[in-house]
Design a protein around this ligand. Structure first.
Ligand code: HEM
Length: 196
């Protein structure tokens, strides 16, 4: 059976995402997994310790990169439609898949954006891998330190909550992929894995 390469008017079970969609998907996935690992371990070293600070700096740079790549991913998605669900998938499962995917698009933007908003309140510059200073949000300028701190703390709460929703959603996403691969055996995974 022939394989349809991507996207604009995909048809049937063998339609695949194109190279751009696959590259963006796996870049974002790798960045998010790395950032979850860094985010959950950086406080173990103590906030002021050299390792804690290095992890936090890396976490911010990777997160800002994820935000930029996610913006491209959303643009790509707006130009290229979703692939159709595999044939025979029940309506509730189709709805669950669609909802999960839309939520992912929201979270890959909102989570790093909340991190950027919170880190804009810190006095130190926001460096991107030590190469240049990433711009900060302007509205902290001229704020009294307690107000600044309070606002940044609220963004931190949002950031951490979104990160945990993302962790739950990733677990669901991986379980769904395994269900398709080993229970339904509908080769859905091959749409997003270049060598399958
Ligand atoms: C890929 C996107 C990102 C993910 C998945 C992510 C995930 C996380 C996680 C899991 C935590 C720890 C949550 C906890 O303590 O329970 C965290 C904390 C943190 N993140 Fe991110 N993050 C992302 C992007 C960013 C960005 C872009 C920035 C800043 C530029 C940032 C700044 C921070 C800071 C400062 C904390 C500590 C918050 C606190 O005070 O508790 N993050 N992040």
């Amino acid at each position: 059976m022939t394989t349809i390469s991507l996207g604009r008017a995909p048809q049937g079970a063998q339609a695949r995402y194109d190279a751009v969609a696959m590259t963006l998907h796996w870049l974002i996935a790798a960045g998010i997994l790395l950032n979850i690992a860094l985010g959950l371990t950086m406080s173990d070293f103590g906030h002021g310790s050299p390792i804690g600070l290095a992890f936090l700096a890396l976490h911010k740079s990777v997160g800002l990169t994820v935000l930029a790549v996610s913006a491209l991913r959303v643009l790509w998605r707006l130009i290229n439609p979703f692939l159709p669900p595999p044939p025979g998938l029940s309506a509730p499962l189709r709805l669950a898949a669609r909802t999960t995917h839309v939520l992912f698009y929201v979270l890959i933007i909102a989570t790093p954006l909340a991190g950027w908003l919170l880190s804009s309140g810190a006095p130190a510059p926001l460096s991107w891998f030590g190469l240049f200073d990433w711009p900060k949000f302007w509205f902290y300028d001229g704020m009294a330190p307690p107000d600044r701190h309070h606002l940044a703390e609220n963004f931190a709460r949002v950031h951490v909550t979104l990160a945990w929703v993302m962790i739950g959603l990733i677990a669901l996403h991986v379980l769904a992929a395994l269900y398709h691969q080993f229970i339904r055996r509908d080769r859905l995974l091959a749409r997003m894995i270049p060598w399958l």
